[in-house]
Design a protein around this ligand. Sequence first.
Ligand SMILES: [Fe+2]
Ligand SMILES: [Fe+2]
Length: 183
Amino acid sequence: MPKITNLRDVYVEQLKDLYSAEQQLIKALPKMAKAATSPVLVQGFEDHLEQTKGHANRLEQIFKKLEEKPTGKKCKAMEGLIKEGSETIEEDATEAAKDTLLIAAAQRVEHYEIAGYGSVKTFAEILGETDAVKLLEETLTEEKETDEKLTEAAESINAEANQSEEEEEEDEEKAPKAAHARR
Ligand SMILES: [Fe+2]
Ligand SMILES: [Fe+2]
């Protein structure tokens, strides 16, 4: 008999994948925060780290009720996304350009999570797991809000990254105080 035979099995497998994804993110987000320069972005990563711990905790609650273990699966997609994020951290780039790259990497992560939570929420609804639906909905909302905040942050940071380095130096000559305040 196959290991996965019904929707509940699919649900548990997918929840394990998400749990692995969240665990990997708990390790990666502090590195993203450290690599970022814009205070808004640094704060955003730090806030989302706290939320992410909550996401893992909600999944643990769901597993407990299902009498299943959350471990035993590695989310390879998140592993890849985080690898790309690490490359971004290492990239030889200006501060503004790096912030832009970090936002692009982070939004890929959020979209992946939004897709994953959307699926398991639907499974939970069909399976009549009402408590889980509520918990998954809370996480899904936070992932969507994070994605929106990243879009907002990108609007100003992208504009800054659009300035060439020469222009930036010129600006710094004209207004050394303002340039200094950015750090
Ligand atoms: Fe999450
Ligand atoms: Fe997230």
